[in-house]
Design a binder for this molecule. Structure first.
Ligand code: UTP
Length: 291
């Protein structure tokens, strides 16, 4: 069984739910506390043992390439002013040269199409997909939990899922399971936004996957689906006819930062958890809630 070494991080979407900010700031560069979303999610991938990161980018997304590069002038200024702590932090966060590849999607034709754009860099090995607008706060990371599940099932495909808020299943991609015993279960299907009362489970597809490279061949032939986009869900449903898929109910807290309220929640929750900021954040926020 091949090891999961590479991850695809699709960042080419338009981010319409985060307009007007996303008009000129890539959604993935919006900050949660003091670092952009893509920083949080790339750090998760690294902490999960991923060795190569493939960012699928598009027009207007160049800020991310600069973010993961040296800023010579800034570094020199910080050194001259002896701001060593922040300088050391910036340097520690930089990827090693050659660790990140960028491919252009050219047109945001959907998540499935974005993943397909990474096919040549991924090659013939299993890989992780992390949606950078989902912060999944967990120890071990959500991606590490998915990779462990992949090793436990000796291959196949893993989809990270979590319970829907009551009555909300019709807004999500929902999985169908072949019985439910513990957190890792074989899947029999998935349905995008089921009509209320028809959902096969209360578990929705969250933002992390481990996929077999056979998905690329399926993505080549899959037709445009919901919203006129090439959907990863449609390709996974097709691949399920010939390969096992497992739903992993991960342990952790998810913040959908592609949505204004989810992004706000992430900022508050992660600030409160930070040893250097938590107390001050709590003192500053508390009066807002008692007003
Ligand atoms: P989303 O559907 O959440 O992103 O895709 P979006 O389309 O940018 O957002 P809205 O719905 O318009 O607000 C999840 C991830 O997949 C990427 C996005 O950038 C996001 O990080 N994506 C989506 C692509 O890379 N290409 C696409 O064609 C679509």
């Amino acid at each position: 069984m091949k090891r999961v070494r590479k991850a695809v991080l699709p960042v080419a979407g338009l981010g319409t739910r985060m307009l007007p900010a996303a008009k000129t700031v890539p959604k993935e560069m919006l900050t949660v506390v003091d670092r952009p979303l893509i920083h949080h999610v790339l750090a998760e991938a690294r902490a999960s043992g991923i060795e190569h990161f493939v960012l699928v980018t598009g027009r207007g997304k160049g800020a991310m390439e600069n973010y993961f590069d040296h800023h010579v002038e800034l570094e020199a200024t910080l050194a001259a002013k002896k701001k060593t702590a922040i300088l050391e932090e910036l340097m520690a966060d930089l990827p090693t040269a050659g660790e990140i590849s960028y491919v252009r999607q050219m047109e945001p034709k959907g998540l499935g199409h974005a993943v397909w754009c990474a096919r040549d860099i991924i090659g013939d090995e299993p890989f992780a997909v992390l949606l950078p607008d989902m912060i999944m706060d967990a120890t071990p990371t959500a991606t590490a939990q998915a990779i462990s599940a992949f090793e436990q099932t000796e291959g196949g495909n893993i989809i990270v899922v979590e319970p829907c808020p009551p009555g909300m299943a019709h807004q999500y991609g929902i999985v169908a399971l072949d019985g439910q015993d513990g957190r890792l279960n074989r899947m029999t299907g998935m349905v995008e936004k089921p009509a209320p009362g028809t959902e096969p489970s209360n578990l929705f597809i969250s933002g992390r996957y481990v996929l077999d490279p056979a998905i690329f061949r399926v993505l080549e032939t899959v037709e445009r689906g919901a919203g006129g986009e090439i959907q990863l869900t449609d390709a996974m449903a097709k691949l399920m006819a010939i390969q096992p898929f497992y739903a992993l109910e991960y342990e952790g807290a998810t913040y959908d930062c592609g949505d204004k309220i989810g992004w706000l929640r992430a900022n508050v929750a992660l600030a409160l958890k930070r040893p250097d900021l938590g107390e001050a954040a709590c003192a500053a926020l508390a009066p807002l809630f008692s007003a």
